[in-house]
Design a protein around this ligand. Structure first.
Ligand code: OGA
Ligand code: NI
Length: 359
C-alpha cells in the first residue's frame, strides 16, 4: 500500500500565521462559497444533540440499565451523535489534560517543531489532513498520538514539555478507553450481539486502536470564509470528544441542516464512525460533522478515537446479514480504509458511501 512520505508543500502552522499580524487568511484556507459556514442552512438554535445520563449504566438494577441502553440505542439510530454526562471520569482530570495541551500549543514554535509529523504515520504535531498537493487546508493545528495497541505506544513521541503532559495523557487515556469499552458493550448488546463482540472485532482490549487527536483552533480574522475542520465522518469506530466547554464550534449534519452543538459542562460528546457503519451494515451510521472558528477565542478539543487495530479485516457482522439485508460493504482493514482521508483530506461521507455503491 503506497503512502506519501512527506508533505507536498511547506507546512504553515496556523497558530503562527497569526503572529505576523495577518488580517486576511491565505487563499489555501478560503473555502468555496457553497462550503462556507455562512452559506449553509442551520437548524433552529434551540436544537441540540441528545444528552444521556450514564449513571444508571453502572446500576445493579436491570431495568434501570436497560432504560439507559435504550436511550443509547435510539441516539445511535437517530443521530449517531450524543453527549454523555455522569460518565464516571473525573472532571478535574479532563480539565487538567485539556489545560496542559493548551500550554503545549502556547510553547515557542521551535519546541513544538521537535514533534513535527509526516503523512506516513501522522503522529506528532501537524497542521494538515490530506497529503495531496493543493488540498484545501483547514484553520487548525493538532497533535496526534497512539495509546493502543501497546505496540504503537511510544511516549518518547509525546510532548516532554509541559512536564506533566505525558503523565496526564496516560491517565486520561486509561479512563477514556475504559469508558469507550463500556459504550462498545452497550452498542454490541443493542445490535443483538454478545457483549464483547465489537471490542473483539476491533482486536481485543489491548490490541484495538486508541489514539488521541488534540485539536487547536486559533482565532481567525475571517471566520466566515473558512472552517476549523471541513465536513467529514470519523473513519474509525467511535469518537469520544472533550470539547472546549467555553467555546462552541462543533457542528453536526442532521436532516440536511447544520446543528451547532452546545457543550454541557463535564460532558463527553460521543459519535459513531465509519467502521461501526460497516460492521452494523448501516444499522448505525457515521455522521458528518465540521468545526467553525471565530475571531475572538481560540478553542482546544480532545478527540479520542476508538478504532479497530489496523490490520484486522472489517466487514458487516454475519449475524446481521440476511437475504433481505445483504452485506453493503466489502471487507477492508482499517489501515487500508484510512489511507483515503489521509491522502485526500476531509471529504464528508464520500468514502463510506462510495464503498457501498461499488460493492
Ligand atoms: C475530529 C473532530 C471536532 C472538534 O477531530 O475528528 O471532528 O470539535 N473534532 O474539535
Ligand atoms: Ni471528527
Amino acid at each position: 500500500m503506497s503512502c506519501l512520505q512527506s508533505w507536498p508543500e511547506p507546512v504553515a502552522r496556523v497558530q503562527h500565521l497569526l503572529d505576523s499580524g495577518l488580517l486576511e487568511i491565505p487563499e489555501c484556507y478560503v473555502k468555496k462559497p457553497s462550503e462556507r459556514p455562512s452559506f449553509t442552512e442551520y437548524a433552529t438554535s434551540d436544537m441540540n444533540i441528545p444528552v444521556i445520563d450514564l449513571q444508571d449504566l453502572f446500576s445493579d438494577d436491570n431495568s434501570l440499565r436497560q432504560t439507559t441502553n435504550n436511550l443509547v440505542a435510539s441516539a445511535c439510530r437517530e443521530w449517531g451523535f450524543f453527549q454523555v454526562v455522569n460518565h464516571g471520569i473525573s472532571h478535574q482530570l479532563m480539565a487538567a489534560t485539556q489545560e496542559v495541551w493548551r500550554e503545549f500549543f502556547h510553547l515557542p514554535l521551535e519546541e513544538k517543531q521537535k514533534y513535527a509529523n509526516s503523512p506516513i504515520t501522522y503522529e506528532g504535531y501537524g497542521s494538515r489532513l490530506g497529503a495531496e498537493k493543493g488540498v484545501s487546508l483547514d484553520w487548525s493545528d493538532y497533535f496526534f498520538l497512539h495509546y493502543l495497541p501497546i505496540s504503537l505506544r511510544d511516549e518518547d513521541k509525546w510532548p516532554k514539555i509541559p512536564v506533566s503532559c505525558r503523565e496526564l495523557v496516560e491517565k486520561y487515556s486509561e479512563e477514556v478507553v475504559k469508558l469507550g469499552g463500556k459504550l462498545m458493550k452497550v452498542f454490541s448488546k443493542n445490535l443483538g450481539l454478545k457483549e464483547n463482540y465489537l471490542e473483539e472485532a476491533f482486536g481485543g482490549k489491548e490490541n484495538m486502536g486508541a489514539c488521541l487527536r488534540v485539536n487547536y483552533y486559533p482565532k481567525c480574522p475571517q471566520p466566515g470564509l473558512t472552517l476549523g475542520i471541513s465536513p467529514h465522518s470519523d473513519p474509525g469506530g467511535m469518537t469520544l470528544l472533550f470539547p472546549d466547554e467555553k467555546v462552541s464550534g462543533l457542528q453536526v449534519h442532521h436532516k440536511n441542516k447544520w446543528i451547532t452543538v452546545k457543550p454541557l459542562p463535564k460532558a463527553f460528546i460521543v459519535n459513531l464512525g465509519d467502521q461501526l457503519q460497516v460492521l452494523s451494515n448501516a444499522k448505525y451510521r457515521s455522521v458528518e460533522h465540521r468545526v467553525i472558528v471565530n475571531a475572538e477565542k481560540e478553542r482546544v478539543s480532545l478527540a479520542y478515537f476508538y478504532n479497530p487495530r489496523g490490520d484486522i479485516p472489517i466487514k458487516p457482522v454475519e449475524e446481521l446479514i440476511t437475504e433481505d439485508n445483504p452485506p453493503l460493504y466489502p471487507c477492508m482493514t482499517f489501515n487500508e480504509y484510512r489511507l483515503y482521508i489521509r491522502t485526500r483530506g476531509p471529504c464528508g461521507k464520500a468514502q463510506v458511501e462510495s464503498l457501498k455503491s461499488s460493492h
